[in-house]
Design a protein around this ligand. Structure first.
Ligand code: PLP
Length: 397
């Protein structure tokens, strides 16, 4: 029998909802035509693509429809990374005389690595700092955006600590100076209400695999009237804004995931927040010198970043893994050096804490019994690792 997996890593990726999978199924072996074909077999699929586009728009509160009833502000991409890249590229291309790009220090690498490339090309890239709870310095943002700014990009929700950012205020600051405002809402969509009809956001990125649709499908919302230049050029798909044959199963799956999120979110968010709060309560009660990171008042309902002083997050993860429990650490092991992540560093979390940071991220497929299972093993794992850790002091004073 397969070992039961307890999956607390939903900010990394989510399980495809079986209802999403069923909606996609006909588009592999039966209705596999090319949506852009002239023949009825292929072309009829376009109606499903457009229906999915409307469902995405409905979840986002994007109320514009063109004369054919299409939600033309929704551009399908390959995922969050492409959407972020396309937003930055478009903002730079439509206003080449503006040479400043403003982002936060806690953006995802899809933004930070990309703007670094623009820096190499001569752009003046500014990263706005955060405080020890990961809250953005809004005064610094207001002082940094100027008439030379092409783009302000601020994430809606942080993937590591779950903080929610004041995107409406940031958009207003950007607009005062004629800059485009983009938000990476990859972790927010489906977890917090979004109403683009009333929020002055020019572009927004989302990713299917973070909300129970498959990997490899995403969206860039581009508000009507906001100038755009394609990143991916080729055929005339997506009204000339992104070349490449449409990923029909992915698009249909994302549409269904958005429909489900809209119908179920309000109820689900309450349940998730209660589950997360219980997890934190029990961890803090059972384990000394554990600290919850982030802005506890403005955060996602599903994400908990907890630092366990004096030990390595990776060691905790590998012991949890033996029990089939999946979570993430707060390190960036891309360099092989296990540096604390750029988010924890930007917050100034002390090294002995930052190294022992775990992220638990929940979804609609988690339940109370899984928290019970976690709590049966986690306190013992932490105590064992602290006993052998050179960085642990029983009495920190
Ligand atoms: N932005 C944020 C905030 C994310 O959490 C992620 C994925 O982890 C991405 C962008 C990238 O999305 P994708 O994996 O769809 O490229």
């Amino acid at each position: 029998m397969e070992k039961k997996i307890i999956y607390f890593d939903n900010n990394a990726t989510t399980r495809v909802d079986p209802r999403v999978f069923e909606a996609m199924r006909p588009f592999f072996c039966e209705r596999y035509g090319n949506a852009s074909s002239i023949h009825t077999f292929g072309g009829s699929v376009m109606a499903d693509v457009e229906a999915a586009r409307c469902r995405v728009a409905e979840l986002l509160g994007a109320d514009f429809r063109d004369k054919d009833g299409r939600a033309a502000e929704i551009l399908f991409t390959s995922g969050g990374t492409e959407s972020d890249n396309a937003a930055i590229a478009a903002a730079a291309a439509v206003a080449p005389e503006r040479r400043r790009i403003v982002v936060s220090r806690v953006e995802h690498p899809a933004i930070l690595t990309t703007v670094r490339e623009y820096e190499r090309r001569g752009y003046d890239v500014r990263q706005i700092p955060v405080d020890d709870r990961g809250r953005l310095d809004m005064a610094e943002l207001a002082a940094t955006v100027n008439e030379n700014t092409a783009l302000v990009s601020l994430m809606w929700a942080n993937n590591e600590i779950g903080n929610l950012y004041p995107v409406t205020e940031a958009a207003e600051i950007a607009h005062r100076h004629g800059a485009i405002f983009h938000t990476d809402a990859v972790q927010a969509v489906g977890k917090v209400p979004i109403d683009l009809a009333s929020q002055p956001i020019d572009m927004l990125s989302l990713s299917g695999h973070k909300l129970h649709a498959p990997k490899g499908i995403g969206v860039l919302f581009i508000r009507r009237g906001v100038r755009f230049k394609p990143l991916v050029t080729g055929g005339h798909q997506e009204r000339g804004r992104r070349g490449g044959t449409e990923n029909v199963p992915g698009i249909v799956g994302l549409g269904e995931a958005c429909r489900l999120a809209k119908a179920e979110m309000a109820e689900e968010v309450r349940r998730l927040a209660a589950l997360r709060d219980r997890l934190e309560r029990e961890v803090l009660k059972a384990i000394p010198r554990a600290f919850v990171n982030g802005d506890l008042e403005h955060r996602l309902p599903n994400t908990s970043s907890i630092s366990f002083e004096g030990i390595e997050g990776e060691a905790i993860l590998s012991l949890l893994d033996r029990h089939g429990i999946c979570a993430s650490s707060g390190s960036a092991c891309t360099t092989g050096s296990l540096e604390p992540s750029h988010v924890l560093r930007a917050m100034g979390v002390p090294y002995t804490r930052a190294h022992g940071t775990l992220r638990f991220s929940l979804s609609k497929f988690n339940d109370e019994s899984e928290i019970d299972e976690l709590m049966k093993v986690l306190p013992g794992i932490i105590a064992t690792l602290r006993r052998i850790s050179p960085f642990w002091r029983e009495d920190p004073a």
